[in-house]
Design a binder for this molecule. Structure first.
Ligand code: AMP
Length: 421
């Protein structure tokens, strides 16, 4: 019996791997340019970390976590998001004692949510994200939003748009919460079942509901910006100025509240046409303390890699085929397998990607295979070439063929590749 993959998860097959690798390399390069350092945290953590860090009233904790007892009966959870684990590692690794700010990124990290699978919604998906610890200034918010913008722009998603809001802080949020409850009170009976629970437990999330009747109500709700305390209003105003200075276009959107409990002040999303939110983030000044550390301000974001790749594929049309090897070495004579292997090894040692036939095929079949796997050069090693200590090299783009001294082939190939011939 064949065993199929579980619902909501996907394989990365070789044809799609190129796009992933390019995006991964781009993300790493942008993060390095902005002075961020890589962090990797475990795929599972103690369940308690997410109960406290993400919040028991969130959809993630209430209904989407992969939680299981291990063999010793401890409750563990496959991480549903990256921030809680990074905060834990920051504290456990003593990074709060190092010079601040600490600027971290994680790349293509798997996350797990038991949600109903749909287009762009998986049970295992991947996020690339950044976190800045120890900087309360709006300059840090601007730094991460500018980084996100640079990444989307360099990835080629020109229609990506930053939506920005402030959800206030523990000083101003209670006042807004009261106002919001007063607005919704006469409409409780018209709310969807989820929103009735949100009304009781987490009224800010009422603004996030996608059910059309609830969304209509949300559109007329008072906005948090009218209730920001002086500190939050000034923070938000400076952030907007900084983003304008950095040439990062954005739209202020009072409807952005984000699903997680830990956000304070800045929240933002990057959206692209119909693809919805590709990236979500914000400031979380209370989270480090909630997880048992000192009071450390922090701000970050996470990008959904599958959604970004889908959006790129839709924007750019045809996916590029994966690259073939630089060289395919054709073994064209009985007893020349050792020479073929030697030549291939020499090319590989010189940093040139090279392959040779593993199936013992004839010369024509080897040439056909080299063409099919898109080898850039084909090197033919026959009796006559071996005697003359040369290799016949065919450039598969131009069809031009020439003999090159066997000792010099690696240099010959590298010269051509580096000069773009
Ligand atoms: P969040 O951690 O919920 O703020 O999500 C950040 C980003 O991760 C979103 O903007 C999506 O691009 C992506 N994302 C969240 N949940 C899923 C999922 N179930 N499947 C695929 N991508 C997701």
């Amino acid at each position: 019996m064949k065993v199929a993959r579980p619902r909501g998860v996907d394989d990365l097959l070789p044809d799609a791997a190129g796009a992933w690798q390019r995006l991964d390399m781009l993300a790493r390069s942008v993060c390095h340019r902005f002075g961020f350092h890589e962090i990797r945290t475990p795929v599972f953590e103690h369940t308690d970390l997410f109960l406290r860090g993400v919040g028991e009233d969130t959809d993630i904790v209430a209904k989407e976590m992969y939680t299981f007892p291990d063999r010793a009966g401890r409750s563990l959870t496959l991480r549903p998001e990256g921030t809680a684990g990074v905060v834990r590692a920051y504290l456990e690794g003593g990074l709060q004692a190092a010079p601040q700010p600490i600027k971290l990124f994680y790349a293509s990290a798997p996350m797990f949510r038991y949600d109903r699978p749909a287009v762009g919604r998986y049970r295992q998906f991947h996020q690339t994200g950044v976190e800045v610890f120890g900087a309360a200034s709006p300059a840090a918010d601007a730094e991460v939003i500018t980084l996100a913008h640079a990444l989307f722009a360099e990835a080629g998603l020109t229609q990506a748009e930053v939506r920005l809001n402030s959800v206030g802080c523990p000083t101003c949020r209670p006042r807004y919460r009261e106002r919001l409850l007063a607005y919704y009170r006469p409409h409780i009976d018209n709310l969807c079942a989820d929103c009735r629970v949100r009304y009781e437990r987490n009224p800010l999330r009422l603004l996030d509901c996608k059910v059309p009747s609830c969304a209509r109500l949300a559109a007329g709700a008072p906005t948090v910006s009218e209730y920001l305390c002086e500190g939050c209003a000034a923070h938000f105003a400076t952030l907007r100025e900084l983003l304008s200075t950095a040439d990062v276009p954005f739209t202020a959107d009072p409807g952005i509240v984000r699903g997680l409990d830990y956000y304070t002040r800045t929240v933002f999303e990057v959206v692209s046409g119909d693809a919805g939110a590709l990236c979500g983030g914000g400031r979380y000044d209370g989270l480090v303390e909630t997880l048992g550390g000192p009071s450390v301000p922090a701000v970050g974001f996470a990008i959904g890699i599958e959604r970004l790749l889908d959006a790129l594929a839709r924007a750019g049309g045809r996916a590029e085929p994966g690259e073939g090897p630089c060289v395919f070495v054709v073994c064209a004579g009985e007893g020349l397998l050792a020479d073929t292997l030697r030549l291939t090894s020499r090319l590989r040692a010189a940093g040139v990607s090279a392959e040779f036939d593993l199936l013992g095929r004839g010369v024509r079949a080897q040439m056909k295979h080299a063409d099919r796997i898109r080898a850039r050069f084909v090197m033919v090693l026959g009796e006559e070439e071996a005697e003359r200590r040369v290799v016949a090299i065919r450039d598969m783009r131009t069809g031009v063929q020439e003999d090159v001294a066997a000792d010099a082939v690696a240099e010959w190939v590298k010269e051509r590749v580096s000069s773009g011939v």
